[in-house]
Design a protein around this ligand. Structure first.
Ligand SMILES: [Zn+2]
Ligand SMILES: [Zn+2]
Length: 236
């Protein structure tokens, strides 16, 4: 590891510096340019934090979401780019590092091939009544449409499961209709074509008839269109 002081790292725009001096816990490791924390201490603290919260599914969903949001954000992209560049600059002459990089590229390519093969196998398999298959497929289709529209955000099967639990078997529109046995349509509260996002907080589960009726309207527009002069809901 190249010795580079905090001030030098800062002026070079590097996210980390390295002095070779042990931290208070005895780690001889890089420090963060911002704040000066030892990266190994921070990693240990993050692991401990995850260990304490791992059993809580809500926490995991929220944590994954925070990570995704951060990665997609301008700040996250900038940080990742800078980190990769700095790591490369520091280690470009280190054959061991380069071999590790090559191996991880190969591993990544193999993982993609494997994932592709297993997805192909899934697609080739006959349609069956496996709810998990249907769930995955449904999420995949909606995500594909969303990508096409380049809407920000994404949600997973796990996010939909959380929303399903929260709605306790009822259509989100308040009609009292049932979505039990996972008979629902995934709806964007603010439609993608109206600038809505693909984040879980813009997702609700509607009874199929409600979703088809709402189409690409906002909730306000749809509710207004359903209302009849005497204030009762029109047939949907
Ligand atoms: Zn430390
Ligand atoms: Zn409804």
């Amino acid at each position: 590891m190249v010795i580079i002081g905090k001030a030098a790292a800062k002026s070079a725009g590097l996210p980390r510096y390295f002095t070779g001096v042990a931290c208070e816990n005895g780690h001889i490791a890089e420090r963060r340019t911002k704040g000066g924390a030892c990266v190994l201490c921070r990693r240990a603290a993050a692991r401990e934090y995850m260990r304490r919260h791992r059993a809580n599914p809500d926490f995991l969903v929220a944590d994954q979401r925070r990570t995704r949001e951060w990665r997609a954000s301008a700040a996250g992209q900038k940080w990742i780019g800078r980190y990769i560049k700095a790591r490369w600059e520091t280690n470009r002459d280190n054959e061991e590092f380069r071999e590790t990089q090559r191996q991880s590229v190969r591993k990544w390519q193999a993982a993609i091939r494997e994932k592709q093969a297993s997805m192909d196998a899934m697609w080739r398999a006959d349609y069956n009544d496996s709810p998990s298959y249907k769930e995955r497929n449904r999420v995949r289709v909606v995500i594909r449409i969303a990508r096409k529209r380049a809407s920000p955000g994404c949600y997973t099967v796990a996010d939909v499961a959380v929303i399903y639990e929260r709605q306790a078997g009822l259509c989100a529109c308040g009609c009292g209709g049932s979505i039990a046995d996972r008979r629902y349509h995934i709806d964007h509260i603010l439609p993608l074509c109206r600038g809505g996002t693909n984040w879980p907080d813009n997702i609700q589960l509607l009874a199929p008839a409600c979703n088809l009726s709402k189409a690409s309207r906002t909730m306000e527009e749809w509710i207004a269109a359903r209302a009849v002069p005497n204030g009762e809901a029109a047939g949907i």
